[in-house]
Design a protein around this ligand. Structure first.
Ligand SMILES: Nc1ncnc2c1ncn2[C@@H]1O[C@H](COP(=O)(O)OP(=O)(O)OP(=O)(O)O)[C@@H](O)[C@H]1O
Ligand SMILES: [Mg+2]
Length: 361
């Protein structure tokens, strides 16, 4: 794939790491897997000695459990707050286990069974009738037939009756195609097939999922990053990479990023670093959101003034994040900038406070 693709899939971005891990991996592999579990784990949590970057920051035990689940007859359900890297993790797991993360269903209110299982090429259907040739596989059929991981993003956003079409593929490992006759009427899953679903706790909840479907998954919760230093480190590296892709050559300022990540953590948790209780925002103040604000801050500084982003840019970019869910959040943000910035030392905190008037409204 060429340079102009904005975000190539994980197996393309990390093709070199995946190839090295596969080549160096002589251990046992679960049937149908592109590499063993230990290599897959290193791909995700990193291995500096082997030149494998750390991609997911979090509990390695979660990765182990996820990998083990994928080798069993149950699907893996990743649940958690928005922006905690559930989708990223599902992509990395699929890239490691199947060498491909693109067998993906994007769940939504309008998702239909056709988009999950299969549909028909109507021209061929009219000409030939139902046949293998006129069948158009959707991700589920493709993943089953080829023995690959199928990703089902935001599964709980789909209507319940549509979610239910996952039942027999997950339990019996077979997909019926009643329109076809003979052995074509059933597609049996090959080794290596499994499902990774994601669901976030803010949207329509997993509680509404049918009990029958829940039983076919092992649930893993992905939590936000617990400590400031780790989150700061991640936001710095991720936004640096995004800025480089956007053509920004000014290095980011560490003091600005520290203020940015602290603001996100405090507004997310509803408590300041020194322990004062404060108002939480109802909107999402996730790490993913912090990365995108850090990117925007760098873009503003560079393309508007030819310098690194500063605290003022944080205020300008935060407005768009904070006002997403409701107008009350903007007022809370204003009170935070008013009341929780004056007691801190550091020029960027002072600048943040001074820029508070730039919030709209
Ligand atoms: N623990 C983490 N490790 C690595 N990156 C993280 C982590 N938490 C958040 N991120 C950042 O968040 C981005 C991924 O967000 P992603 O879209 O996967 O989240 P999500 O949980 O699927 O969110 P949503 O519920 O909104 O779909 C990553 O690209 C990375 O920048
Ligand atoms: Mg997601």
């Amino acid at each position: 794939m060429n340079e102009r693709i904005q975000r190539p899939p994980a197996e393309v971005r990390y093709a070199d790491e995946l190839a090295r891990l596969r080549d160096g991996d002589t251990g046992e592999r679960p049937p149908g897997w592109a590499m063993g579990m230990e290599a897959a784990r290193r791909f995700i949590i990193g291995d500096p000695r082997a030149g494998i970057t750390r991609k997911f920051v979090g509990d390695p035990a979660l990765i182990d459990r996820a990998l083990v689940t994928l080798a069993t007859g149950r699907g893996l359900m990743l649940v958690g707050e928005p922006g905690t890297a559930k989708s990223m993790l599902s992509e990395l797991l699929a890239a490691a286990v199947s060498g491909d993360s693109t067998c993906t269903i994007q769940g939504g209110a309008a998702t239909t069974e056709d988009q999950i299982r299969y549909s028909w090429n109507y021209a061929l259907l009219v000409a030939d009738g139902p046949s293998r040739r006129s069948l158009v596989p959707a991700p589920l059929l493709q993943g089953m037939a080829e023995g690959r991981i199928v990703r089902f993003e935001e599964i709980t956003r789909c209507p319940l009756e549509v979610q239910d079409c996952m039942l027999s593929p997950l339990s019996d490992r077979v997909l019926a195609v009643p329109e076809l006759a003979g052995e074509d009427a059933q597609v049996f899953a090959r080794d290596g097939f499994n499902v990774i679903a994601t669901a976030n706790t803010r949207d329509r909840g997993v509680n509404e999922m049918s009990a029958a479907l829940k039983r076919r998954f092992n649930f893993e919760t992905v939590f936000p990053i617990p400590d400031l230093a780790t989150e700061l480190d991640l936001v710095t590296t991720e936004s640096r990479a995004l800025l480089a892709r956007s053509g920004v050559t000014a290095p980011q300022r560490a003091d600005v990023l520290e203020v940015l990540v602290s603001v996100f953590r405090e507004l997310r948790a509803g408590v300041t670093v020194r322990g004062d209780a404060m108002e939480r925002l109802s909107g999402v103040m996730s790490t993913a959101e912090a990365v995108s604000v850090a990117h925007a801050v760098g873009l503003r500084g560079w393309f508007l003034r030819g310098e690194p982003g500063v605290a003022e840019d944080i205020v300008a970019c935060l407005a768009g994040t904070a006002a997403k869910d409701n107008a009350e959040d903007l007022a809370k943000l204003r009170r935070y900038l008013e009341g929780q910035t004056s007691w801190r030392s550091g020029a960027q905190w002072r600048a943040l406070r001074e820029a508070r008037h730039q919030l709209p409204g």
